[in-house]
Design a protein around this ligand. Structure first.
Ligand code: SF4
Ligand code: SF4
Ligand code: FES
Length: 349
């Protein structure tokens, strides 16, 4: 532990942590665009700069550790001016619809532009003009809105281990691309969506949520029902209907990671293909039935089969979509109720 002064407050801090981490632990919000605590440090955007007494240049707080006696200002005039200048440069080279086309979930560039009141770029000059990549089933990639923060490259390399993206070109023409600069497809990408959640701009957006105005969304925090892992996320709800999912950094089990089912298949909730009533096959055709009719049918047939062929002619297959308690009762029903150990589960793990 060392002694530092942070925004005028003397404190003990760990010399092993970055200034950004120490500030956040003390409730001080420093903006970040390229920083992601799960990924290796990139330290390229410089929006997180802070002023250190006695140093001529500002320091990137995400990649600077404190030293004994350091006096640090996270929101001095010099720092704010520098952050505004960085935002100005980014926004000057950004499509003008930054505030019109919005992204549901992580869109830090837009949030900071509002917070630091840099609503328009002041630098005129060359702008990027890339074709928007929208051929895959799940997300849209608009490189014109990319700030080359590297989060998609690193999350794909280090979390998803797919290595789909890398940096292409040099200088102003640096961009993020795939091998041979091909569009995103199932040939080069798992379409897992991790990069979309990490991207702090509208460069990567989920198709499912692309046309939805964030202001119309109500969020409901919940636990994913697809398997027993217990991932948490926010359901996005518009007019009483679930329209998609936004992962949460603070989710204890999964953070912003989700599998494709949890991330994309909330559309099954309102699917017209869902069964809304039991069905009994009569003369080869499924016919709607009440729950009482269905239960009687099941019990009658189980009894008949057991009487004729014995308990081990029965088997039960349970589901990962059910809670532990339901699965416990289910195996109990087969073992104690029907007298067979033939009981299994769709998630063999
Ligand atoms: S969707 Fe997944 S696999 Fe594809 S580029 Fe993004 S992180 Fe990599
Ligand atoms: S696509 Fe998004 S996450 Fe990837 S480098 Fe560009 S801004 Fe960053
Ligand atoms: S967040 Fe620190 S340099 Fe980007």
């Amino acid at each position: 532990m060392i002694s530092i002064t942070l925004n005028g407050q003397k404190m003990e801090a760990s010399a092993e942590k970055s200034i950004l981490e120490i500030a956040r632990e003390n409730g001080i919000d420093i903006p970040t665009l390229c920083y992601n605590k799960k990924l290796t440090l990139f330290s390229g955007c410089r929006i997180c700069v802070v002023e250190i007494a006695g140093r001529k240049s500002l320091a990137a707080s995400c990649s600077t550790r404190p030293l004994e006696g350091m006096v640090i200002q996270t929101h001095s005039d010099k720092v704010l001016k520098s952050r505004r200048e960085i935002l100005d440069l980014l926004i000057s080279n950004h499509p003008e619809d930054l505030f019109i086309q919005t992204k549901v979930g992580n869109n830090k560039l837009q949030e900071y532009a509002k917070e630091y009141e840099v609503l328009k770029g002041s630098y005129e000059g060359e702008k990027k003009n890339y074709e928007v990549d929208s051929v895959n089933a799940v997300y849209i990639r608009d490189q014109n809105k990319c700030i080359v923060c590297g989060q998609c490259v690193n999350v794909c390399d280090q979390v998803q281990i797919s290595h789909t993206y890398d940096y292409l070109g040099k200088g102003f023409n640096t961009k993020i691309g795939t091998a041979f600069d091909l569009p995103i497809s199932t040939d080069n990408c798992r379409l897992c969506g991790q990069c979309v959640s990490a991207c702090p701009t509208g460069a990567l957006i989920h198709k499912q949520l692309a046309d939805i105005e964030p202001a119309k969304i109500t969020k409901v925090r919940t636990t994913c029902p697809f398997c027993g892992t217990g991932c948490n996320f926010d359901l996005n709800i518009v007019d009483g209907k679930v329209v998609g999912v936004t992962p949460l950094e603070e989710a204890t089990v999964n953070g912003t990671e989700l599998c494709v089912k949890g991330r994309y298949h909330s559309d099954m909730i309102g699917s017209k293909h869902r069964l809304t009533t039991p069905l009994i096959k009569k003369n080869g055709v499924f016919v709607e039935a009440t729950y009482d009719e269905a239960f009687e049918y099941i019990i009658d047939n189980i009894k008949k089969i057991k009487d004729k062929y014995g308990a081990d002619s029965l088997a039960g297959l349970s589901s990962a979509r059910c809670v532990n308690e339901d699965n416990y009762i289910f195996q109990k029903l087969f073992r104690a109720g029907f007298g067979t150990n033939n009981v299994d589960h769709c998630a063999r793990t």
